[in-house]
Design a protein around this ligand. Structure first.
Ligand code: GUN
Length: 308
């Protein structure tokens, strides 16, 4: 039976460091981290995620602001709100919850967010920094940063000699995850819906990361014995008449083959919110450092959380 990677415990330790950094920042500079979360429309799953983000921001002692806009909000209104948040000095982090309603151009909105406040790490400046190997001065997308810390818990910070396979190539997760694994010296394969022979590619992985949005797609015979399996899927399924969250990995059978595996829920999920809080305190510290000599947490929170 595989080691079950406890994302809740790791997230809790990230959060306690965030709280300490936020308190120290406030006492040294008077800066209180501010996180603005913007949601457009009524999607219940998105509202649930956004509420957890806002709640955790309050728990960390942040100034937590939520903007809930109606489904029929126009592009100009949304862009106007982002402009206002960009120029508000009490706001250090801006997150526009995705997906946006189909009539809105999400890429244009993400491009407008000031890179220094882009706590989602989705602006091309921050995406470009990871792509060029600069993990220190930008902000790294929260779910890949959190998933990577779980990989580091098992393998340490240096993945030299290990084969990593990421299934999924989204801007939100797959691409930055592949780049973080590469920066840690893994040999990386990015697989996706058009890949031939997916099962045999996955069987080559020492670190297998599944982010496909298909419930329990990764089966035991896709997994190399002893591999580390990171499940990024969150799918709602009816099992024996009850609604359950399941990942992209068939957990029970894969746990018999893998060396270590993240559960769903309780694996990568809690890490996403923890890294969002960490990015927010990093962004606030950098803003504070421009007005004082404090440098609390001003290095990227991802780098400061890496094992030595
Ligand atoms: N929707 C699902 N996950 C995320 C995320 O990490 N950031 C944003 N902005 N939207 C999401």
């Amino acid at each position: 039976m595989a080691t079950i990677i406890d994302g809740k415990a790791t997230a809790a330790s990230v959060i306690s460091k965030v709280k300490a950094d936020a308190a120290e920042l406030a006492s040294l500079t008077g800066v209180r981290p501010g996180l603005a979360v913007v949601i457009v429309g009524e999607d219940p799953a998105s509202h649930a995620y956004v509420n957890s983000k806002s709640r955790m921001a309050k728990e960390c002692g942040f100034n937590s602001i939520q903007h809930t806009l109606p489904e029929d909000t126009g592009q100009a209104t949304l862009e106007g709100l982002v402009d206002t948040l960009n120029s508000d000095p009490t706001v250090h982090g801006i997150l526009v919850q995705l997906p946006l309603p189909r009539h809105l151009d999400a890429e244009a909105v993400l491009r407008l967010i000031s890179p220094e406040k882009d706590v989602d790490g989705l602006h091309v400046v921050n995406a470009g920094k990871i792509a060029t190997g600069d993990l220190k001065t930008g902000l790294i997308s929260c779910t890949p940063a959190g998933a990577m810390l779980l990989v580091n818990e098992i393998h340490g910070a240096d993945l030299s000699g290990l084969n990593a396979v990421v299934v999924g190539r989204s801007n939100l997760f797959g691409k930055p995850m592949g780049l973080l694994l590469l920066a840690a010296n893994a040999t990386v394969t990015m697989a996706h819906s058009k890949t031939n022979g997916l099962a045999s590619i996955c069987r080559n992985a020492d670190v297998l990361v599944a982010a496909v949005g298909r419930p329990q797609m990764v089966k035991a015979d896709w997994v190399k014995p002893g591999a580390t399996v990171i499940d990024v899927g969150i799918n709602r399924m009816i099992v024996e008449g009850r609604s359950r969250l399941v990942g992209d990995v068939a957990f029970e059978e894969v746990a018999d083959v893998a060396g270590a595996i993240t559960p769903v829920p309780g694996g990568v999920g809690p890490m996403t919110i923890a890294m969002l809080m960490a990015n927010t305190v990093t962004a606030a510290s950098r803003a504070g450092a421009t007005t004082s000599r404090s440098s609390v947490g001003s290095e990227s929170s991802f780098v400061s959380a890496l094992p030595n």
